[in-house]
Design a binder for this molecule. Sequence first.
Ligand code: ADP
Length: 505
Amino acid sequence: MDASILNYTVNDNVGKFLKQTQKLYINGNWVDSKSGKTFDVEDPATGKKIATCAAGDKNDVDLAVSAARKAFDSGKWSSLPNNEKGKIIWKIGDLIDEHNEELAQLESLDNGKPVAVAGAADVPLSSDIFRYMAGWATKIEGNTIPYSCLYTPGAQYHSYTLREPVGVCGQIIPWNFPLLMAAWKIAPALAAGCTIVLKPAEQTPLSALRLMEIINDSNLLPEGVLNVVTGFGEEAGAPLAEHPHVDKVAFTGSTEVGKIITRAASGNLKKVSLELGGKSPTIIFPDADIDAAIAGAASAIFFNHGQCCCAGSRLLAHEKVFDKVTEGISKIAENIKVGPGMDASTEMGPLVSDEQYKKVAGYIESGKSEGGQVVAGGKYDNSSGGHFVHPTVFSKTNHDMTLVKEEIFGPVVCAQPFTDENLEKIAETANNTNFGLAASVWTKNISVAHKLAAKIRSGTVWVNCHNIFDASLPFGGYKESGWGREMGHEVLKNYTEVKAVTVNL
Ligand code: ADP
């Protein structure tokens, strides 16, 4: 273990885990990559190496896909009684909770987020989706369909639909919620009876690997059902997305890579679901509970250091309350304690990587040079080796600015006033983006809230709240924010095919 980690007190299992070189998990075995190549994983708070992982490539992906294909075709998972599948999926949820402390520490060390946040949000939300999906394993049903016999008068047919697992799933996930994104992908695919090759993000592979270890140690899944190949996007992700024996690819990440995945998937027209970027508006009306709106809008952008696809990165506040709102959010921003995620007093950790740090710093500079007014933060500092960006509020921004148009994926909010309360105009401003992932509306007027919710073109609209998630609620985007939905029973559509069976009676 690197000395930097010894500065923190870590769970014994974390200590042991970080000492081993991480391998790929293929067909029930831990194996080195065929090439023997590895890559380093760093602590974003120090920039120092904390782990070494096998770097998978096409050859490893081939092996993992072939294991998943064999496991699927044998029916050893899909034909297991659904209540048995449900029990296993539920058990995975229980195991995640039992290992809360170590998974939260790994998440903090790997991603940079505060360990308390990982323990209170990332880990329990991950176990919860397994439990929610465990229930669905016994409830994936078809329909019986009345038939008109249009061109066969007098004949009688019995028609029904079957909902069947889509097959082998390639699942490619990002670094912002490493364990939770793995859970959002694995749990519904297992509930539907699919087999899986999971590719974690190269920046944050540790919690998914530890989860796989925990599942493996409990002998919960038949070999080949769940495989994990770590590695870089172009080396391990791309061959998975284009693999001819993969039936479906599920991706969460940037819109840019989502488009690449879509093209790669076209070779065998595999099914594609995408949960991509966002530029979500937080819309505050003058009649709102302003203190609650200020706290909510601050949390909407600063939670997880703004590294959320649904971050409230565009603040639209009515001119009557604009100054009060921006001052309130700025005050919160200035008081957020930035530091290493493993430090118990830290409220905002470092960004995940040097690349992300440079990207966000670049947006802050472009905002300044395009005439944006920094009213809080605007500072970034990597002198300690960590990738620290301070929560930043830009006031008096407008739609032509780069930082208003593009997804920053950092703790930077762009505030714009609006002047009248014409809902068409407000919706037009809110919808003036290529993205359509989420929005929040802050008002006490229930009629305004519902009317605006209907006009906003995004997969989620929150009213008087933001970043409220539940395993039962579908999440995903309109426009360039993606295809399909994660979570809720909607996600099962991603992992099933519908078959119509018609019997001539
Ligand atoms: P970000 O830009 O936020 O780092 P990305 O969209 O680049 O997010 O990455 C999300 C996931 O997609 C990661 O697991 C990454 O390795 C993977 N990835 C990146 N490029 C490709 C690619 N060309 N094909 C398949 N997967 C990729």
